[in-house]
Design a protein around this ligand. Structure first.
Ligand SMILES: Nc1ncnc2c1ncn2[C@@H]1O[C@H](COP(=O)(O)OP(=O)(O)O)[C@@H](O)[C@H]1O
Ligand SMILES: [Mg+2]
Length: 440
C-alpha cells in the first residue's frame, strides 16, 4: 500500500483510498475514465464514489452498472450494503437491488446486459464497472441520455480488453479535457498486489496478457488472432525424443480430421515431436489407438530397449468423458481397453483427462504463455514437421462481434483449423493452469 492516502468521505462512510484512487476521486471532471490493472482497487473506488454521490445532496439518483446483473450483484452488492447501512431509510430491496437512504437518495445496482433496461431519467451519477465488457449501447443509447437533465456525472472503470469501445472512451477523454479526465494505472501502482506475486504471474503468462491485465495497456490482444505469442524463430526447432521422459499423447476427440499430438515435457518446457491429422470418415477411437501405436513405434523401440516399456500419458478434451462413441463405453474406456488387451506391458498408459474443459480464452492464454512468457522466454518447442499445428498457431482467430470486437469463440469456419492447437491447449491448460487468483 502506498503511504499517502486520502479519506474518501469524512463522516460515517469512511473508506480509505490509496494515492492513485484518490487522484481519480479528487478530479472534478464530469466524465472520468479509469483504466487500471486487475486488483488495482477499481471497485473499491466505485464504492467510495457511490457513497459520496448519494450523500452529496438530498434526492440523488445513483447507479452502479456492471456487464450483467448477476456480476454486478456479486461484485458490489454486499459491500455496498455494509458501507451504507447507517444511512438506510429502510431495508434494501434484494429484488430491485436498490438502497434508499434517509436523505431521499437512492442507489441502484444494475446489469448492462440489456441496454433498454438502463433507460431512466434524472440520473445524478453512474459508475460503469468492467466497462470493457459492457455493451457499447449501454452508454450511448441509455446512460448518456439519462444524465442529460440533471447534468449527471459518470465514471468508467475497467481493465482493457483490446482496442474496443472502452479504448474509444479513453481516447475520447484524452481529446476532450474540458469535460473529461482519463487515468491509467498498473496493478503495481495500486500497491495492493505484492511485487513478488506479480512477478510470479508474469512467469506463467504471456507478455500480451500480462500487459493488458496488470499494466492496463490497450494491446493488440483483443485483435482477433489467437496465438499472438507464436514466433517461428523462437518456437520451431528440431525436437528429439528423450527416453527418460514419458511420451505425452494429446488428442481432440473430433472425428474428422482426427487430430493428435505426441509431446514430451521436461521441467517447464514442452516439446512437440509430431502431429497426426488423419482425414477419413468413420474414424473410431480404436483406430486412433492403432495410428498412435504405429507412429509411436520408434519411441517404443528406444524406450523399450532402455526401460523395458514406453510410458504414455494421455490427455484430451473433457468431453471424451461423456460423449459415447459406442453403446457401451466412452472414448476413454475404449482407449483403456485397447491398451489392456493389445499392448499390455510394452506400453504403459495413464489417462489424465480433465473433468471440465477450461474457458477457451484461458486455454488460448495458456498456449501463449508457454510460447513466450512475460520475460520473453519460450518454453514450447515444436518440430518443423508439425505443419498443421504451425498453421493453426499462425492462423487461428477469434470470431468478431457486430461491433468488430473479438469474441471469446474461436473461428471454426475452416474445418482444418483449431483441432491441433485445441489438443495442445487441452494439455497445457491442465498442466500449467492460469493462476486462479487473477480471475474476476
Ligand atoms: N485503498 C485500499 N486499501 C485497502 N484495501 C483495498 C483498497 N482498495 C482496494 N482494496 C482491496 O483490494 C482488493 C482488490 O480491490 P478491488 O477494488 O476489488 O480491485 P479491482 O476492482 O481493481 O480488481 C479488495 O479486497 C479490496 O477490498
Ligand atoms: Mg473490480
Amino acid at each position: 500500500m502506498t503511504e499517502q492516502s486520502g479519506e474518501s468521505n469524512p463522516g460515517k462512510l469512511q473508506l480509505r483510498l490509496h494515492t492513485r484512487q484518490f487522484q481519480v476521486f479528487d478530479s472534478p471532471k464530469r466524465f472520468r475514465v479509469l483504466v487500471a490493472g486487475r486488483r488495482f482497487g477499481k471497485t473499491e473506488l466505485a464504492l467510495a464514489e457511490i457513497a459520496r454521490a448519494a450523500k452529496a445532496a438530498p434526492d440523488q439518483l445513483v447507479w452502479y452498472v456492471a456487464p450483467s446483473e448477476k456480476l454486478a450483484k456479486r461484485i458490489i452488492w454486499r459491500r455496498l450494503k455494509t458501507i451504507t447501512q447507517t444511512l438506510w431509510a429502510q431495508k434494501p430491496s434484494e429484488q430491485e437491488l436498490a438502497i434508499q437512504l434517509t436523505n431521499g437518495s437512492a442507489i441502484l445496482v444494475k446489469g448492462g446486459f440489456n441496454p433498454d433496461s438502463l433507460r431512466g431519467e434524472g440520473l445524478d451519477f453512474v459508475v460503469l464497472d468492467e466497462a470493457a465488457d459492457l455493451k457499447p449501447d449501454a452508454w450511448t443509447y441509455s446512460l448518456r441520455p439519462s444524465l442529460a437533465d440533471r447534468q449527471g456525472r459518470a465514471l468508467f472503470i475497467g481493465t482493457p480488453k483490446g482496442r474496443n469501445h472502452f479504448y474509444n472512451y479513453f481516447e475520447l477523454a484524452q481529446s476532450n479535457p474540458e469535460d473529461w479526465a482519463s487515468f491509467q494505472f498498473t496493478t503495481e501502482e495500486g500497491g495492493i498486489v505484492q511485487k513478488s506475486e506479480l512477478e510470479c504471474a508474469g512467469r506463467a503468462m504471456d507478455a500480451n496478457v500480462f500487459r493488458q491485465e496488470f499494466e492496463a495497456q490497450f494491446s493488440a490482444i483483443g485483435s482477433y488472432r489467437a496465438y499472438l505469442s507464436f514466433d517461428r524463430e523462437a518456437n520451431i526447432r528440431d525436437v528429439r525424443f528423450e527416453p527418460s521422459a514419458p511420451l505425452i499423447w494429446s488428442l481432440d476427440f473430433n472425428i474428422d480430421p482426427m487430430c493428435m499430438l505426441l509431446m514430451q515435457r521436461i521441467g517447464d518446457k514442452v516439446y512437440v515431436l509430431e502431429e497426426i491429422a488423419v482425414r477419413s470418415s468413420g474414424n473410431t477411437t480404436e483406430e486412433a489407438c492403432r495410428i498412435f501405436v504405429q507412429r509411436a513405434a520408434p519411441y517404443l523401440k528406444i524406450a523399450g530397449r532402455i526401460h523395458g516399456a514406453l510410458d504414455v500419458h494421455i490427455y484430451g478434451d473433457a468431453s471424451g468423458h461423456q460423449r459415447r462413441t459406442s453403446a457401451t463405453a466412452t472414448d476413454w474406456n475404449l482407449i483403456r481397453q485397447f491398451f489392456a488387451t493389445i499392448h499390455k506391458g510394452a506400453i504403459q498408459i495413464s489417462c489424465r483427462q480433465a473433468n471440465v474443459n477450461p474457458h477457451i480464452r484461458d486455454r488460448v492464454n495458456c498456449v501463449n504463455a508457454r510460447l513466450r512468457n512475460y520475460f520473453g522466454e519460450p518454453q514450447l518447442f515444436i518440430s518443423p514437421g508439425c505443419k498443421e499445428l504451425i498453421r493453426d498457431l499462425e492462423e487461428v482467430c477469434f470470431t468478431l462481434d457486430s461491433t468488430g470486437a473479438a469474441t471469446n469463440e474461436l473461428d471454426k469456419s475452416d474445418r482444418h483449423r483449431t483441432h491441433l492447437s485445441d489438443a495442445l491447449g487441452y494439455y497445457l491448460s491442465q498442466i500449467f493452469p492460469l493462476r486462479g487468483t487473477f480471475h474476476l
